[in-house]
Ligand binder design. Sequence first.
Ligand code: ASP
Length: 328
Amino acid sequence: MHHLLVINTGGTIGMKPSDRGLVPAPNFLEHYCHTHLFQTIVGLTVSWFEWSPLIDSSQIHPHQWNKIAQVIADQIDQHDSVLIIHGTDTLAYTASALSFMLKGLHKPVIITGSMRSIQESNSDGPSNLKLALSTCLSRKHVGVWVCFHHGIFPGSHVTKIDAVGAQAFSAPIPSDYADLHFPLSTDPVDIQWIDAEKCAIDVFTFYPGCTLDSLGYMSTNNSRAIILRSFGSGNVPESGELTHHLRTALAAGKIVVNLSQCLASSVDMERYQAGGHLLKLGVVSAYTMTFEATLTKLMVLLSQNADHDIVVRKFGETWGYEMPQPQK
Ligand code: ASP
């Protein structure tokens, strides 16, 4: 027997055309899955939770991650695995958020969706659903994983790379997750809630010739953290103005994180002088993390009322399938 919990949040996979463009269609995907997928598997029972209304995932808000986490925590003991159906636009954010929010997962939580509605003849939905379902049934992938276009990606290290093609997701390095530690537990699932009120985060992207006015604003506003999108392995153009804004932000108790603009990156602020000055100021490395993981890990930590040093320490620790930062 396998007891599967399905949480259908919406997304293209279950959408139908309307005079306003594609919109989610209630009960449509559930009917498809029961008639084309589930009935062929002996011993499978399915609990289907469908959001009302179903959403285009571009509309998702962090309070809805809490809602998903709550259903999983409430239902996991009665089920062997969880399948989440999600729109692709923010799927990587939800996967990252759940990876950091759900501690003590000892069963698979698999997320999928598709680029084309299941009703289209060339839809990638059926193959994505089959891969996701077989990953649930095999129980080999414990924790949060994304199944998409023949790939199985760790929820904490996946990003959307294509807005049209079927190969829409990637896990840009680290390429070998085999040796990474994933904390297994038989304790009840512990949820780290996200409180959106407590985790306003700014993002500043460097480009050649950029002015720093908006960074100046970020250094004094009410946000709790600033993510700097740097070049290459964590380098930025040095200036007295930059140092001033970063000192102001850090003195105000903000966490400032250095995240590379490169998709496959590994921030190393000791490699070049152009990164070293950030390290000296107290900027924290995002190392190999994706933008989605950096953002959601910060959200989880900032929601916990921990003080600055604890957030910095825990941000550098490995949770689930993440590359451990080198100890210096
Ligand atoms: N806009 C859709 C969504 O994210 C795109 C998709 O599902 O592929 O809900």
